[in-house]
Design a protein around this ligand. Structure first.
Ligand code: PHE
Length: 355
């Protein structure tokens, strides 16, 4: 009997491994393993008739054969599947590690710009961006900074050749013959554009890119963002300005912010003020981030200068208003404790992915 089983085993193995299509494997399975009519079912019947000594030995060989058949069927099935995927060029090798799709991240400055815009929108303000290329008039003269005024030194910039600017004919139209075009050094020119084109009451915030011709260091960049606030109405006072800034800072930093105001000169406001906020790093004790003062310069602000109102053609003594200019990069640095402004433009993903 054992010999018979051995022979049968050899035969089945050959049959299984010569099969070329899975469907033939099913036929073989049926032929040998079918419950009643399969050859193995016949074989077990015969084993049942053996003597008590032979029966367990043959039974064991029988079981092993059955196991082997199942194993061969599986093995051959896999081989056939593998062959068919090899023939197929679109086949997927499921054993290869998958492709990683990285999620995109918003740049921290974009994030802060959106937050600032949301805060002012929720207060009912108009949000604008403005032009990055400006005329000398809007960037300086209209803001009470005439040609040769020493204050222009604070806002040195990059000047452009007009013939390179065919893309903005409107801007060319706005410049006089000898007037220069430049990259705006602040968002304040938008104060003039807004006041010239709209009548009060005005509540506008301008969030956009500015440029300065200056050396870069941990706290300064040639390209940065500003947030310009402009409110004009009747009876607007300095306390409205302070309250607005306080509200904004609280909303932006999600906590009460300690700040101080000190007098500062900006030609287009009177009085002009500078706001410092308590250093996030040392909480006022003095450290390298705040140059040992305990305070960080956050923004310039003040009440609109009467000469500016005159320039935009508003009637004398009818309106009052305030303006402020905040460095958006600086806000982002304070909020996320970034110690060098140059990180924003390095394009280093390890930095960007932290936000
Ligand atoms: N434009 C000023 C600057 O860039 C900031 C400022 C804006 C000051 C509005 C007062 C009022 O330094």
């Amino acid at each position: 009997m054992l010999d018979k089983i051995k022979q049968l085993e050899k035969k089945i193995k050959e049959e299984i491994f010569s099969v070329q299509q899975s469907i033939d494997l099913l036929a073989i399975e049926k032929k040998y393993l079918a419950r009643q009519k399969g050859e193995l079912a016949q074989l077990i019947k015969r084993i049942g008739k053996l003597s008590n000594e032979e029966k367990p030995i043959a039974g064991q060989a029988f079981n092993q054969l059955k196991q082997k058949i199942n194993q061969w069927l599986k093995q051959r099935q896999q081989e056939l599947e593998c062959q068919s995927t090899k023939d197929n060029s679109t086949a997927i090798d499921i054993t290869l590690p998958g492709k990683k799709y990285l999620l995109g991240y918003l740049h921290p400055l974009t994030r802060v710009r959106q937050q600032v815009s949301d805060i002012f929108t929720s207060m009912g303000w108009q949000v604008l961006e403005g032009k990055e290329v400006e005329t000398d008039y809007y960037n300086f003269t209209a803001l009470n900074i005439p040609f040769d005024h020493p204050a222009r030194d604070m806002w040195d910039t990059f000047y452009l050749k007009k013939d390179n600017l065919q893309f903005d004919p409107q801007l060319i139209k706005e410049t006089t013959k000898n007037e220069k075009l430049l990259l705006r050094t602040h968002t304040s020119p938008m104060q003039i554009r807004v006041m010239k084109s709209q009548t009060p009451p005005l509540k506008t915030v301008v969030i956009g890119k500015c440029f300065r011709h200056e050396a870069t260091d941990a706290g300064h960049e040639h390209t940065f963002y500003q947030i310009e606030g402009l409110v004009v109405d009747q009876q607007i006072s300095l306390s409205n300005l302070i309250h607005t800034l306080q509200d904004f800072l609280k909303d932006f930093f999600q906590q009460e912010i300690k700040f101080r105001l000190r007098p500062e000169y900006f030609p287009f406001v009177e009085p002009g003020l500078e706001m410092d906020i308590s250093c996030f790093n040392c909480h006022g004790k003095g450290c390298s981030v705040c140059e040992q003062t305990g305070w960080i310069e956050a923004l310039g602000c003040g009440m609109i200068h009467p000469r500016v109102f005159q320039e935009v053609g508003y009637p004398a003594n009818k309106y009052t208003g305030f303006a402020f200019g905040i460095g958006l990069d600086r806000l982002a640095m304070i909020k996320y404790k970034i110690n060098d402004i140059r990180w924003f433009h390095r394009g280093d993903l390890r930095f960007n992915q932290q936000f």
